[in-house]
Design a protein. Structure first.
Length: 574
């Protein structure tokens, strides 16, 4: 039977392919009584789940190769040891028999026992391995619940698989960079959640906030994903299918045509020159940056170097990553944002304890609370600064004391390198992200102390409107055109331009062509976005005339009625 689901399209385009369901099993499992006559079967179910996971781990072990093989192998050995620990594998069976309950419940109870044992361990490293215990139990639960597999799962329909998940963390999505899915669908998530941003960077259609996709779509169903409209059609009939196939070819054609302007300078009709920079998460994204014709990196989300691993990246490892990017950009600006960890990008998923993580110890707050970790990163960035035009960008600054502390720590890192006679760019520029209303409203102090600014509209909108950007239940309220947001963005661009402090927008607004003219009219001349969006934005810049659009943008700024604002924006873009 054919049916349609609607969600929030976070990355445009059309994909046609087969559903590949993955589950991120939460540990909230059901608890129910099992009759005496079924106990033997329940124990056998448990045995077979453990065997399945053993086989999974063994086959993973056999498949690892490349530079990370040793490290990954050790990680798999550890998981195998945890799996075979008698507290889990043997005691869970005893638990089922003694308590006459289901296997899932028994495993989670024994997991708690094992976690408590880990808690008592004095060795920090071993104590930290609690996350691995949870991950192993997740695998066992997946096997018990009838969908074994690991993340990332094997792709069955090579080249046409569409990933369907209840939720994905940014760390999950980044792993999928290596897999060739043609689209992403999730039940949860908001338009500018980091998960959506990473999915967008993969340059494939993605839809979030579908609510029940994971329940309603079955493995292998044929799907049409229309990322621009936020629509999924499940098991379409042949007429619908052929209609979408022709739309898909049309889009492909347009994409190919856009490549023609790759080397064209981004200049408006009236001769205003605009910088179009790229946002990246990992050094390997540079290939896509090169293809987009970006003239710099406006945002390197360095925290992605810290995800999907058990330890912290060393100074040398970070240095290599930053140097690679700097070298490959051949003297063009490379803006490295210091790690923006916390909130939805956690080092340790077991540590997600903050009641309100987006307002908690995130970004620069975490860096200042972990000065050693910050020092390591700063040294790595400074060392790499010799190999290109690197700039440091500091996320989520809210007050002058944070700026002062940060500048002091940068100076300390510089001094430590001087003492070791390691050269670096002494004049390296330090900028701040404007993503908290407090920063936008006290801009003078930011402009006095920093070399450049970059407006993070994703967070600026989240914090101005008090909308959690990761929460799909309020996703519909996330509004870049809210008068308060527009006024803050315009204020920052104007004030910085007047003071001759370079200012960019690096949030998702910069890559959305419906806002290109608006931002040009506000005075913006530096945009940073995912490379996949860059050529379309360039096309929009080439077609815009600043003196013509500016008066209309003033009108939009004065308007306070959402309907009027939308009408004016439409007029601006026509
Ligand atoms: C932003 O907040 O707009 C931004 C660019 O940073 P991030 O999306 O990584 O929070
Ligand atoms: Mg941000």
């Amino acid at each position: 039977m054919s049916f349609t689901l609607r969600g929030v399209g976070v990355s445009g385009g059309i994909a046609i392919g087969h559903a590949h369901l993955v589950s991120h099993v939460t540990l909230e499992v059901a608890h129910y009584a099992v009759p005496q006559s079924e106990i033997e079967n329940e124990v056998a179910r448990l045995d077979s789940a453990f065997n399945m996971v053993r086989a999974e781990l063994d086959s993973l072990h056999a498949s690892v190769s490349g530079p990370a093989a040793a490290e990954y192998g050790a990680f798999l050995d550890l998981h195998r040891m945890i799996l075979d620990d008698s507290t889990l594998s043997v005691a869970a069976k005893t638990y089922v028999t003694q308590n006459q309950c289901n296997a899932e419940w028994a495993v989670t109870q024994q997991m708690n026992v094992l976690l408590e044992q880990f808690e008592q361990i004095e060795d920090d490293y071993l104590r930290e391995r609690k996350t691995d215990v949870v991950q192993v139990v997740e695998r066992v639960l997946k096997a018990l619940l009838g969908h074994p597999g690991y993340v990332p799962p094997p792709v069955k329909h090579d080249g046409d698989s569409i990933l369907v998940a209840h939720d994905l963390s940014p760390a999950d999505v980044i792993q999928y960079k290596r897999h060739r899915f043609t689209a992403f669908l999730t039940d949860l998530g908001g338009l500018t959640s980091h998960t959506a941003i990473v999915a967008r960077s993969l340059n494939i259609p993605s839809i979030v906030a579908l609510h029940h996709a994971r329940q309603l779509i079955r493995d292998n169903d044929l799907l049409i994903v229309d990322g621009s409209q936020g629509v999924v059609i499940i098991n379409p009939d042949k007429h619908v299918l052929s209609e979408y196939r022709s739309r898909q070819s049309q889009l492909e054609l347009e994409k190919r045509k856009l490549k023609r302007i790759k080397t064209t300078a981004a200049t408006t009709l009236d001769g205003c020159s605009v910088d179009l920079f790229a946002n990246i998460e990992l050094p390997q994204d540079i290939e896509q940056v090169k293809e987009s014709g970006a003239t710099g990196i406006g945002l390197f989300r360095s925290e992605f170097l810290f995800l999907n691993r058990d330890d912290l990246p060393t100074e040398d490892e970070q240095f290599e990553a930053y140097r690679t990017v700097a070298r490959k950009m051949q003297g063009l600006p490379v803006t490295i944002r210091t790690f923006d960890l916390g909130a939805d990008k956690n080092l340790d998923s077991a540590k997600r304890v903050a009641v309100n993580p987006a307002l908690g110890l995130r970004a620069i707050r975490l860096s200042l609370a972990e000065p050693q970790m910050f020092h390591t990163q700063l040294r790595a960035i400074l060392r790499a600064s010799r190999h290109g035009q690197i700039r440091i960008l500091v996320p989520m600054l809210s007050c002058v004391s944070e700026i002062d502390q940060t500048l002091r720590l940068i100076e300390n890192a510089k001094q430590s390198l001087r003492e070791e006679k390691i050269t670096f760019d002494e004049k390296i520029q330090v900028g701040g992200m404007i993503e908290i209303p407090a920063a936008a409203l006290s801009l003078d102090i930011f402009m006095r102390k920093l070399d450049f600014l970059s407006i993070g509209t994703n967070d600026l909108i989240q914090y101005t409107l008090a909308i959690d950007r990761t929460d799909d239940s309020v996703a519909h309220m996330y509004d870049p055109l809210h008068p308060a947001v527009l006024r803050l963005v315009a204020h920052v661009i104007r004030s910085a331009s007047r003071a001759k402090v370079p200012v960019a927008v690096c949030g998702e607004m910069a890559g959305d062509i419906s806002f290109t003219r608006l931002l040009l009219g506000f005075g913006l001349r530096q945009f940073s976005m995912h490379p996949a969006q860059l050529l379309r934005v360039k096309q929009e810049v080439l077609r815009s005339n600043v003196p013509v659009v500016t008066p209309l943008t003033h009108k939009i700024l004065k308007a306070d009625d959402p309907v009027k604002i939308h009408q004016l924006l439409k007029k601006l873009n026509d």
